[in-house]
Design a protein around this ligand. Structure first.
Ligand SMILES: Cc1cc2nc3c(=O)[nH]c(=O)nc-3n(C[C@H](O)[C@H](O)[C@H](O)COP(=O)(O)OP(=O)(O)OC[C@H]3O[C@@H](n4cnc5c(N)ncnc54)[C@H](O)[C@@H]3O)c2cc1C
Length: 555
C-alpha cells in the first residue's frame, strides 16, 4: 500500500462552499501527484489523518480553516503534528483573524497562513503550495508498506508477537512504545502505552495484543483447510514435514501441512546451517524455510499455520486429526513430523522471565536488540554454537555456558574452530545456571561451578537457552507406540521380540517409517533413534511419502 499510494494533501473547512472550493483548486493543480482529501469538520479530518498514519501512507500538506466549531484550526494542526511532524501546515483565515494566525506561527510552527478568498489561485494559492510541497519532498515522513509492531522492550507478549512474525518470515518494523513513531501510532489507533503490543498491518488494520491465529489471518497465512478430506496430512512444518509436503504434493497426493506455530521448525531458527547439501556457503534457516514453503505451495500443498493437532483417531480406514478448537480433518494417511522442542531451564526464579530476558532459541529475533550488550548462551551443542557466532556480530561479549569440560563431545569440529577464532566469545566450562532474578525483566543470573558447587552472581539481561530437546507427543498416548522418552517408534523398532505391535491387523510388518498404526508414518526428529539433522529430516520426509504410496496402493 504505502509506497503505491500518492501522498495526501488534506483540506478541512466547516463551510461547505469554502471546503469545496479549496479542494477543487488544489485538486486541479496537484491531483495527479497527490491524493486530495477533503473533510468538513476537524473530527472527520483527524479520523482521516489517523487512518493515513495507520496505513503507513504519507501526509504532505494540511490546509485547515481557523474557525471551526469542534476545535479551531490551530488545535487541529497541533494534533496533526503529533502524528505527522513533517507535514506542512497552512491555516486559512479571514482578515479579522490574522492576529491568531500570527500567534499560530509559534504555537504549531505554522508554515503559512492564507487569507480567504485566495483567488486567483495562480497568484495567491499555488505559489505558496508549490514552495511547501517542494520543501516537504526534500524531507518527507517516509511511507511504510510493512507491518509495524509497537511494544515494550521487556514485554513477553510483545516478544511473542515479534517472534511469531520473524519465524513466519513476515517483514515488520519494531517500534518501542516510548519512541516518537511508536507513540504516534498508538495515538493514531486511539491507544496508550498500556495497550501494547499493537500490531498495525500493512493495510492499516490495528490489532491489540493479537493471538497467533489472529495475526496469522491478518498477515496472509492460511489457517483453515479448504477441504475436510485429504490423501495425506503432514503434522509439523519443519524440514521433515516440508519435505513430505513437497514430495507428496508433487507426486499428486492431495496434501495438507499443518503447523502449530511457524514453518521451518527448529531449522527455521538456525542462523546458519553449514552442512546441508548443496549450500557450500551455508544457508540461514529462514532462507531454507522460505524456499521450501514456496516449493510446497507451488506443487499445490496447502499449509495451515497456527493450528495445533491435539488428537489422532485411527478407527476405520480414515485417519482423523483433531485440532485444539475441536474441529477435525481426515485423510487416508498421516506423516507425523512434529520434531522436538527445547527443554526448559529449570532453575529457581527463571520461569517468570521467559520472553523478558530469557529466551528459548529465538537468536534471530533478538540479535539486533543485543547490540553492544553482554549475552549469555546456555548449551554445548551445535545450535548453541551457531547462536554464539551469530550474536558475536552484535553483542559486546558472548558467554557460552557449558556443563562439561569442553565442547568436543557435543559440537561439530568446524563450529568449535569458528568459536575459537572469534575474540568476543568466551566459553565457560563446568558452568550451569542455578537461578535468576530481576524486576520487570531478567537482570541477574546465578552461575554454579558444576564440579565444586560454588556459585556466583552476574549481571545478565540476555539469556538464550539451547539445551537438549524433547518430543511433545503426549497427544499420541494410547494411540501410537512411543519409546519411554516419547519418541515415535517405527518399522523394525516395533517388532520387539519378533511380535507385531498390539492392535496391528495387517498381514505384513510395519514399513520402515510406519508407526504402530497402519498409514501413520513418522519422519525427522520425532522418530525414535533418528539422526537429528536437517538433511536426514528432509530425507525421511521424502521417504515417508514413498511409503505412503505403497500403503495407499495396497488399500
Ligand atoms: C538453532 C538450531 C540450529 C541447528 N543447526 C543445524 C545444522 O546446522 N545442521 C543440521 O543438520 N541440523 C541442525 N539443527 C537440527 C535440525 O534443525 C533438526 O534436526 C531439524 O529441524 C529436525 O526437523 P523436523 O522437521 O524433524 O522437526 P522440527 O524442525 O522440530 O519441526 C517440527 C515442527 O512441528 C511443529 N509441531 C510440533 N507439534 C505439533 C502439533 N501437535 N501440531 C502442529 N505442529 C506441530 C513444530 O512447531 C515445528 O515447526 C539445528 C537445530 C537448532 C534448534
Amino acid at each position: 500500500m504505502g509506497d503505491m499510494a500518492n501522498p495526501t494533501i488534506l483540506t478541512v473547512d466547516d463551510d461547505p462552499a469554502v471546503s469545496r472550493a479549496v479542494a477543487r483548486d488544489v485538486r486541479r493543480r496537484y491531483g495527479e501527484r497527490y491524493r486530495v482529501v477533503r473533510a468538513a469538520s476537524a473530527d472527520d479530518a483527524l479520523d482521516a489523518v489517523r487512518e493515513i498514519k495507520l496505513r503507513g501512507e504519507q501526509l504532505a500538506l494540511v490546509l485547515a480553516d481557523y474557525r471551526m466549531p469542534q476545535m479551531n484550526g490551530i488545535e487541529f494542526l497541533e494534533a496533526v503534528m503529533d502524528l505527522f511532524p513533517l507535514a506542512r501546515r497552512v491555516l486559512l483565515t479571514a482578515y479579522a483573524d490574522t492576529g491568531a494566525a500570527i500567534d499560530a506561527i509559534n504555537v504549531v510552527d505554522l508554515d503559512h497562513y492564507l487569507l480567504k478568498p485566495w483567488s486567483p489561485p495562480e497568484e495567491n494559492l499555488y505559489p505558496v503550495i508549490d514552495g511547501l510541497l517542494e520543501a516537504w519532498l526534500s524531507a518527507p515522513d517516509p511511507a511504510v508498506s510493512e507491518t509495524r509492531v509497537v511494544g515494550h522492550r521487556w514485554s513477553a507478549p510483545s516478544f511473542a508477537v515479534r517472534d511469531f512474525l520473524t519465524r513466519n518470515l513476515v517483514p515488520y518494523r519494531w517500534l518501542q512504545a516510548e519512541e516518537p513513531e511508536g507513540a504516534s501510532l498508538l495515538t493514531a489507533a486511539g491507544l496508550t502505552a498500556e495497550d501494547v503490543p499493537l500490531v498495525v498491518t500493512a493495510d492499516g488494520k490495528s490489532l491489540v495484543a493479537p493471538t497467533e491465529s489472529e495475526l496469522a489471518t491478518h498477515v496472509g497465512l492460511s489457517t483453515r483447510p479448504t477441504s475436510d478430506f485429504y490423501d495425506l496430512v503432514v503434522v509439523g512444518a519443519g524440514p521433515a514435514g516440508l519435505g513430505a509436503a513437497v514430495y507428496g504434493a508433487s507426486e499428486g497426493l492431495r496434501t495438507v501441512l499443518v503447523e502449530r506455530q511457524a514453518a521451518g521448525g527448529q531449522a527455521g531458527q538456525s542462523s546458519r546451517i553449514e552442512n546441508y547439501l548443496g549450500f557450500p556457503d551455508g544457508v540461514s534457516g529462514a532462507q531454507l524455510t522460505d524456499r521450501a514453503r514456496r516449493q510446497a505451495l507451488r506443487f499445490g500443498a496447502e499449509i495451515l499455520s497456527t493450528r495445533e493437532v491435539v488428537g489422532l483417531d485411527a478407527a476405520g480406514a480414515g485417519r482423523v486429526l483433531r485440532f485444539g478448537d475441536g474441529s477435525t480433518i481426515t485423510a487416508h494417511s498421516v506423516v507425523l513430523a512434529t520434531g522436538v522442542s527445547y527443554r526448559r531451564l529449570d532453575a529457581p526464579g527463571l520461569a517468570d522471565f521467559t520472553g523478558a530476558g530469557l529466551f528459548y532459541g529465538s537468536a534471530t529475533t533478538e540479535a539486533l536488540s543485543c547490540r553492544g550488550e553482554e549475552v549469555y548462551i546456555v548449551g554445548g551443542a551445535n545450535s548453541a554454537g551457531q547462536a554464539a557466532v551469530h550474536f558475536s556480530r552484535h553483542a559486546r561479549r558472548v558467554h557460552l555456558l557449558i556443563r562439561s569440560g569442553d565442547l568436543r563431545r557435543s559440537m561439530s569440529h568446524y563450529l568449535i574452530q569458528q568459536l575459537d577464532a572469534i575474540e568476543n566469545i568466551e566459553v565457560h566450562p563446568w558452568t550451569e545456571v542455578a537461578g535468576g532474578s530481576g524486576d520487570d525483566h531478567l537482570e541477574q543470573v546465578v552461575l554454579r561451578d558444576a564440579r565444586s558447587g560454588e556459585t556466583h552472581t552476574v549481571d545478565c539481561s540476555w539469556l538464550f537457552v539451547f539445551i537438549g530437546a524433547e518430543p511433545r507427543t503426549e497427544w499420541l498416548t494410547g494411540v501410537v507406540a512411543r519409546d519411554p522418552r516419547g519418541f515415535v517408534l517405527t518399522g523394525p523398532d516395533l517388532l520387539a521380540g519378533g511380535h507385531r505391535p498390539p492392535g496391528w491387523t495387517l498381514p505384513r510388518d510395519p514399513y520402515h517409517l510406519e508407526s504402530s498404526v497402519p498409514g501413520v508414518f513418522a519422519a525427522g526428529d520425532v522418530r525414535a533413534d533418528s539422526v537429528k539433522r536437517v538433511a536426514s529430516a528432509v530425507g525421511e520426509g521424502a521417504m515417508a511419502v514413498s511409503l505412503v504410496h505403497r500403503y495407499l496402493e495396497a488399500q
